[in-house]
Design a protein around this ligand. Structure first.
Ligand SMILES: Cc1cc2nc3c(=O)[nH]c(=O)nc-3n(C[C@H](O)[C@H](O)[C@H](O)COP(=O)(O)O)c2cc1C
Length: 182
């Protein structure tokens, strides 16, 4: 049990999803479709930086995440941006994961990375004590309205087509998780 009372960690985006592989230039019939897993490298603080992402792409990873970046620091400090976020033209598709607790800050951070990424992810699962005390990470599992407002805030700023995901935990009592997901 972690400090916010959540149980099993749900890595929604690191499970294998099926994804069609289409023959180049052809629209296959449904019976001709083949499927393979979609490989996603989940966010890892200290590890999921540009060199690591380049490495895992060489091993057929389809989608990569940055480590969790604290949106408040990211928006107010050039040094934080310089240290925390680097990318290049080969580094796609890429999702930036932010820790945030208010819509304005998250939308501002998302706008800063918008030209370089394919979406942003809101961390609602970090169990570290400092994060929960700040009301970010797993602290958000008790505040679904804030999560909703942040997702809406990014969509309002960057358009409804822009991908915004949330990484959550599954509560040991699933009724709480379904409440949180609503
Ligand atoms: C060293 C390390 C750093 C991590 N950092 C993050 C992070 O920044 N954001 C996040 O959402 N999860 C983070 N995680 C959790 C992973 O993304 C993942 O959910 C977890 O390792 C469970 O997946 P697995 O069973 O494939 O290992 C981290 C995990 C590890 C081991």
């Amino acid at each position: 049990m972690n400090p916010v009372g959540c149980g099993t960690h749900l890595t929604i985006l690191s499970v294998c999803l099926t994804w069609p592989v289409l023959p180049t230039g052809l629209l296959p019939l449904p019976s001709q479709l083949t499927f393979r897993p979609l490989y996603i490298a989940a966010p890892m603080v200290r590890y999921s930086k540009l060199p690591f992402r380049a490495l895992v792409r060489d091993y057929a990873v389809d989608l990569t995440f940055t480590p969790m970046l604290v949106a408040k620091e990211f928006t107010r400090s050039h040094a934080a941006r310089y240290t925390d976020f680097s990318t290049n033209v080969h580094d796609r598709p890429l999702i930036v994961q932010f820790a945030a607790k208010d819509a304005v800050t998250l939308a501002r951070a998302a706008e800063m990375v918008y030209p370089y990424v394919d979406g942003v992810d809101l961390n609602c699962g970090c169990p570290q004590t400092w994060a929960c005390q700040e009301g970010i990470g797993a602290g958000l599992m008790k505040n679904p309205e804030a999560v909703r407002d942040m997702v809406r805030g990014v969509k309002a700023r960057l358009g409804s087509e822009f991908c915004v995901s949330t990484k959550i935990r599954i509560h040991s009592d699933l009724r709480y998780s379904s409440y949180e997901l609503k």
